[in-house]
Ligand binder design. Structure first.
Ligand code: TXA
Ligand code: MG
Length: 319
């Protein structure tokens, strides 16, 4: 059933087209890293600033080794442990990486995704795939083929449908300085996950030395509906009702107010964070379609994937 779709995707990629690919994190908008015009199409489709480099997707550690100038021991340990999986390593690039992938950066972000269709596709193509998340710039990353089709319905983008993304959050991006691991973007691997393998890691939650800090545009991952993030949903909801017309959805496990313009949405409290994460983007996307004038959301506990989800919610709430 899927084989012909993989073949179509391969033919399109070989002839310099962009194809949407499934991964365990989110769907990506993929092209051959060596095809300059194809890469240009990605930026145009996403309306993405050219200064923002693309993650390179490989099907093996061996391929990764050809793309980097130096592989620190801790990077190798993380790759051995988490690949294929939601880990992107940011490493000094070799001359095998064209400059149109990395912009002004002398580092390249590389990951080996964990999805059988996409791994087979990369293997069949024989070239690595550059792939940012398959959303227009600053919108919520897609975790289903339907979301990708919605975003690019007017463009002719072939979507390799691999079902809903299992993790539902982007990969965690890790760089290395003098043997110290630094997390530049929290993602589907938590700080705790990384530390269990290599010991203490730094988290660059403020923009720092790197010329560009990945995924750090303040407004990002945003639905069209305004988002208010609050620890006191009752207070925020009443203030909102007094100041605005229309209706708000309230995403909180504890909200009990009854009001005709406030719509409580079941928001998980005791569910495993992995499960919640896998549905988060799709839930926000679907709420966005439902015509609310505001989404009032309470954050998750600041631990494990809760930290990643809160990072995304904060960005979604940035005006
Ligand atoms: O889970 C993921 O990582 C998904 C799937 C499709 O693999 N991809 C993804 O790509 O989230 P994107 O482009 O949406 O986010 C990657 C972030 C961007 O902020 C980009 O600027 C940054 O990583 N980045 C990529 N390569 C970089 C480099 N060489 N130097 C600095 N930042 C880099
Ligand atoms: Mg993205």
């Amino acid at each position: 059933m899927h084989t012909p779709d993989i073949q179509i995707a391969q033919l399109l990629l070989e002839s310099g087209n962009v194809v949407a690919i499934p991964t365990e994190t989110v769907y990506g908008l993929a092209a051959n890293i060596y095809h300059k015009e194809a890469i240009e199409k990605i930026y145009t489709l996403k309306n993405r600033p050219r200064t923002s480099p693309l993650i390179v997707h490989v099907d093996s550690v061996a391929r990764c080794e050809t793309l980097v100038a130096h592989l620190p021991e801790k990077a190798k340990q993380l790759m051995d442990h988490f690949w294929p999986g939601p880990l992107t390593v940011l490493l000094p690039k070799s001359d095998q990486v064209p400059e149109w992938i990395t912009g002004e950066s002398n580092r390249v972000g590389i990951r080996m995704p964990q999805h059988p269709l996409t791994l087979a596709l990369i293997k069949n193509c024989g070239f690595p795939l550059a792939a940012p998340s398959a959303n227009p710039f600053s919108k919520i990353s897609p975790t289903t083929a339907e979301m990708v089709r919605h975003y690019f319905e007017d463009q002719d983008v072939f979507v390799l449908d691999g079902g809903p993304s299992q993790a539902g959050l982007e990969s965690t991006i890790v760089g290395f300085e003098d043997d110290q691991a630094i997390v530049y973007r929290l993602g589907a691997l938590s700080l705790e996950d990384l530390e269990a393998v290599i010991g203490p890691v730094d988290y660059a939650d403020k923009p720092n030395k790197v010329f560009f800090t990945p995924g750090r545009f303040p407004k990002h991952y945003a639905p069209n509906t305004p988002v208010l993030l609050t620890d006191t949903p009752e207070v925020t909801a009443m203030q909102w009702v007094e100041a605005h017309a229309g209706k708000a959805a309230v995403l909180s496990p504890t909200f009990t107010f009854v009001h005709e313009r406030l719509h409580p949405i079941q928001w998980p409290e005791n569910e495993a964070l992995e499960r919640v994460a896998s549905h988060l983007y799709r839930t926000l996307f679907e709420l966005d379609q439902q015509g609310f004038d505001c989404l009032i959301i309470t954050p998750f506990p600041e631990e494990g994937l809760g930290k990643t989800m809160n990072d995304r919610l904060k960005r979604a709430a940035t005006k």
